[in-house]
Design a protein around this ligand. Sequence first.
Ligand code: PMP
Length: 309
Amino acid sequence: MAIQKMDYIWFNGQLVEWDQANIHVLSHVVHYGSSFFEGIRCYETPRGTAAFRLTTHIERLFKSARIYRTEVPYSLAQIVAAAKETARANRLRSGYIRPVVYRGFGTIGVDPTPCPVEVAVATIEWGKYLGAESQEQGVDVCVSSWNRLAPNTLPSLSKAGGNYLNSQLVKMEALRDGYSEGIVLNAQNQVSEGSGENLFVVYEGTVITPPVGASILMGITRDTVIHLLHEMGIEVREQAIPRELLYIADEIFFTGTAAEITPVRSVDRLAVGTGQRGPLTAEVQAAFFALVQGETEDRHNWLEYIAEG
Ligand code: PMP
């Protein structure tokens, strides 16, 4: 989906015209992948537009940078405020906020520390990530021939730009072979996640998701879904998932800011359950959308209203 320009981007401390938010081609990030980023969805609610779990996302941005010993030159509160200010300036109603911290122009060597740490926040309009019908019909996925980042190589708990080279290999292969997405195995050849989504499996009444140590990103939608299931009286087991469980699962769904909650209807051309969205997936989706759209009680204060400074 091509990006539609909006009016402004927050660029190193101030709003600038969209076309003015540019960096030099010799910026460290262009050569070495030295960036950290977030994606936050905004939804229209009865009380106005709300960014879902904005502060949690910005906290993760700081943690991603910290793993790489990168000091963000703004406070958490400043970046949260910048996100809201940008959304307001662009009159975003529903869509996506993309903050990025990166190493700018300085030296050509690998060491990032001499290069300035810069920050930008953009907003864009964004619909359904895996296709318009995907959330009802489900998506067809494969198990990728690529593995996920091995432990102690590129740390997967950091949402770093460079990690997404792995995701690009996974996504391109899946699309080339006629699938919507790939499920990636980790270095132990157990299930980790999709190229940009976490994964849940329902098997004989039990809900299972790979644990934090399985080379996943600690997804904020994953956490939200664990809370929602808990509130529905269903506990989620965080445990290693062997590849073949995917082929005998009753239901599988992806979670992510972009994908929201998307059912998986087949893996490697084998139908998941009946090949249609499963009942638990539908129930979690309903609870999720009611929450993010402000239709149910926001008991965790996860809706952060854009209109409020
Ligand atoms: N895993 C990866 C690799 C991702 O890129 C994302 C998207 N940020 C997720 C999982 C889901 O995370 P979240 O629910 O926080 O968007």
